[in-house]
Design a binder for this molecule. Sequence first.
Ligand code: RIB
Ligand code: CA
Length: 327
Amino acid sequence: MDTDSQMGKRAVILDVDAGVDDAFAILLALASPELEVLAITTVSGNVHVDSTTRNVLRILSLLSWGGLPVVAKGEAAPLKKELFTAAKVHGEDGLGDLGDDYYPPLDWGLVSAKPAAGLLPELVAARPGQVTIVSTGPVTNVAKAIMKAPDLMAQAREIVVMGGAIDTAGNIPPLYAAEFNTYVDPDALDRVLKSGIPVTLVPTDVTHGVCLTRDKAREVLTGPGNAVSRFAFDCAQKYMDFNLASEGIDGAYMHDPLTVATVVDPSLVTTVPRRIYVDTREGMTRGMTVPFRYPDNVEGTPNCRTAVTVDSRRFLRMLLGRIGSSR
Ligand code: RIB
Ligand code: CA
């Protein structure tokens, strides 16, 4: 039986490669009373982990309320592959290049002495069966933690991953076979899927259905007197510029906040059990996530659930209602 601690709140650890949409995910999680954010772990992905860690502290520096989660710096490189980053999408600093002066002083005291792969098993084992890990970057930290402490990590309630492109295109040119997080570290997702821990993938099949347009973002995030919502709008400008130039879409896909939202309200998506094969080879299909189409054999035994539909309107209403300037 799933039990939630702290007045029914769901205990979560956010594992991020912040990242503009990771920033939206962090803001949504911290603004959601249904969640208790135990920690934020950082990993290389959109930009190097030195930058993703600094970016998490930048985001937290804007939040005036107390009780901020501990931050644990994670892996600088994928398990086996060379690091591939996305500065052209998220900005050189990974957060829209707003500059150090944009933020209040950072609280480096929030950063744990333990690395992410050490803190994850510790927090999971402290609350057996209760902790959900929400990964919105390459799952390198989670894979490392599973390899380091399999019996402790087996006590996780669930791992929810923004990752994969199952029955739709991904976002890695030229084939668009793979989705970024899985392309960066396919070996890590392969290891997580083999762990036996319940895994739910939130793939581009649904995240490409939740685009926040620049006009809507301006309308809802730039009202007076809310530095946090203003930051969300400001940090997303380069991300939206990239989408406009590359896809003609003046907006940003909300990959990561949707992933968090599925933990807040699982009814936002429908999921199906699937067995997913991850292509860990180098080459044109690196990181491709392929489902076994005929599960009527032992190879088809499910290794995860994948989200297949999303209530986009209800999600965007939740997101903007919780991080918008009028809250
Ligand atoms: O493919 C989209 C994912 O890759 C998002 O998590 C984005 O932040 C990048 O990490
Ligand atoms: Ca991300």
